[in-house]
Design a protein around this ligand. Structure first.
Ligand code: CP
Ligand code: NVA
Length: 312
């Protein structure tokens, strides 16, 4: 089917063959292949209602590399849903630009924008998912382990947006995912149920546990994320208490198999979910991981806006 002209709202929008093709294209571009300029004379809007370093900068750089013009919009300008309805924001943008990259807390608003626009919409993170992050992380795991299917990945932390997108990826790519959370912070059952319905490569499984040692057994990658996501700031103190035993620190690495890699989507709250010694230590691949945001999104944009898209 291919991604040309399509939205990318969740990892589950991709079939396993499409995901594999996207990762291969990302790897080729990283090795120096020329992506061309499929976005020449075209513009892509970026709505960021939450802060970002990696996502916005890597998207803007990739859009420019493909010949396009990025136009970033922030909450104070558009006041979406207040100054103007979500649907009207989408209908207007659709008349000026050729695509949209959107970081919006509400998944419902993201989908409302996608419905209002004929041009492709890419999810740059909602409270429910962070697909571009996890697609790039799949590239990193594939590079590091030499394969993605069957990779043993242990997500330690909150059953949050990043975790949810990993759960979808496990089904699509056939990953052996273990999700280790404190009691009460497990991923929502509906997320697990919806992911299990996705057509997948086969072999994917998701174990949800509160037992760190169970999650670490035989693992190849420990992955963590902040305990307090954007928008949850008032819960910070409670979360620090609840997540304390799940900090990824030197003692946790000793309990994991030798050679286990450590990943983190960043930004890190050093001293909370991860220690300086681990994030800066020999097991950490977090900066290689961050670099792959650019390559994956370059490939994603090239596929969506490529020659078989709405225009050459
Ligand atoms: N990992 C990630 O999405 O980082 P930003 O919030 O800085 O974009
Ligand atoms: N779970 C984090 C991810 C940040 C990239 C958040 O939503 O804030």
């Amino acid at each position: 089917m291919g991604l040309s002209g399509h939205d990318l709202l969740s990892v589950g929008d991709l079939g396993s063959a499409e995901l594999e093709a996207l990762l291969e294209r990302s790897a080729e571009l990283k090795r120096g292949a020329d992506p061309g300029t499929p976005l020449a004379r075209r513009s892509v809007a970026l709505i960021f209602l939450r802060p970002s370093n990696r996502t916005r900068v890597s998207f803007e750089a990739a859009i420019a590399r493909l010949g396009g013009h990025p136009i970033a919009l922030f909450d104070r300008e558009i006041e979406m849903g207040k100054r103007e309805s979500v649907g009207d924001v989408g209908r207007i943008l659709d008349r000026f630009v050729d695509g949209l990259v959107a970081r919006i807390p509400s998944e419902r608003d993201l989908r409302g924008l996608a419905r209002a626009m004929k041009s492709p919409v890419i999810n740059a993170m909602t409270d429910l998912g962070h697909p571009c992050q996890i697609l790039a992380d799949c590239l990193t795991v594939r590079e590091q382990l030499g394969h993605l299917a069957g990779a043993r990945v242990t997500f330690v932390g909150d059953g949050n947006n990043v975790c949810n997108s990993w759960i979808e990826a496990a089904q699509v790519a056939g990953i052996d995912l273990r999700v280790v959370t404190p009691s009460g912070y497990e991923p929502a059952p509906r997320v697990l149920q919806a992911a299990a319905q996705l057509p997948g490569a086969g072999g994917g499984r998701v174990l949800v546990t509160n037992d760190l040692d169970q999650g670490l057994a035989g693992t190849e990658v420990i992955y963590t994320d902040v305990w307090t996501s954007m928008g949850q700031e008032e819960q910070h103190e409670d979360r620090r208490q609840d997540f304390g035993p799940y900090q990824v620190n030197e003692r946790v690495l000793e309990r994991a198999p030798e050679g286990t890699r450590v990943m983190h989507c960043l930004p890190a709250h050093r001293g909370e979910e991860i220690t300086d010694g681990v994030i800066d230590g020999p097991h950490s691949i977090v900066f290689e991981q961050a670099a792959n945001r650019y390559w994956l999104q370059l490939a994603l944009l090239a596929e969506i806006f490529g020659p078989t898209g709405s225009e050459g």
